[in-house]
Design a protein around this ligand. Structure first.
Ligand code: G3P
Length: 217
């Protein structure tokens, strides 16, 4: 399973990159605005900087829901860097646009996916990635990872090539369960990723080794 960072924060990207386990980045308009990125030129520059920092795919989201506008926005984003993947919402014109992008050699990441039916449409349109939103499904009282399991099963049975990118990941357990479910990628902020490191017995063991090492001095 690949690890993508779900952020537009350059310091977080740098920190994850230094660990040597970062495979890509996903962003959305909320994450861009959180970093104070403004104006078309500002947004384009920020994406360019991220692409230059990371060796892997960088998802850049369109905000239009109309076919012509999605194509216009997506073309501009795709022109920034070869690693840009155009993130398109699962709406009717979005499906049509993803098929257009696929036919024109532009890779897409279908976003705001909350059902298996939506995931089937993404795959049919040739999306490179489908992004089921795990945490937001959990927030509404369902089990988001079950959707990942279902999509992975359907794609396997049908031989769809679209990669399952588990998004809206909130904690280390989400990452572990998505890995178990067979997700191709999980994308999350830095905190849940670093949370995978934590175990109290590791801390206790380290303290004991340090104390015993002193006795050997
Ligand atoms: O980038 C899409 C997704 O990961 C958003 O996560 O935490 O806002 O539900 P969240």
């Amino acid at each position: 399973m690949k690890f993508f960072l779900d952020t537009a924060n350059l310091a977080q990207i740098r920190e994850a990159n230094e660990l040597g386990i970062l495979d890509g980045v996903t962003t959305n308009p909320t994450l861009m605005s959180k970093e104070g990125v403004k104006g078309e030129a500002g947004v384009m520059n920020h994406y360019r900087t991220i692409c230059e920092m990371v060796h892997g795919d960088v998802s850049a989201e369109v905000f239009s829901t109309d076919f012509d506008e999605i194509i216009k926005e997506g073309k501009k984003l795709a022109a920034i860097h070869p690693n840009i993947v155009v993130k398109v919402p699962i709406v009717k014109d979005g499906v049509k646009a993803m098929k257009w992008f696929t036919d024109h050699g532009i890779r897409t990441n279908c976003t705001l996916v909350f059902s298996a039916g939506q995931a089937i449409l993404c795959a049919k349109a040739g999306a490179a990635y489908v992004s089921p939103f795990i945490g937001r499904i959990d927030d509404s009282g369902w089990d988001g990872v079950q959707l990942v399991e279902q999509i992975v099963r359907i794609y396997k049975v049908q031989g769809f090539k679209t990669q399952v990118l588990a998004a809206s990941i909130r904690n280390p357990n989400h990452i572990i369960r998505c890995a178990e479910a067979g997700a191709d990628v999980c994308t999350c902020p830095l905190e849940p990723l670093l949370g995978l490191l934590k175990h109290p017995l590791t801390d206790i063991g380290l303290a004991k080794f340090a104390a015993d090492a002193k006795k050997t001095e």
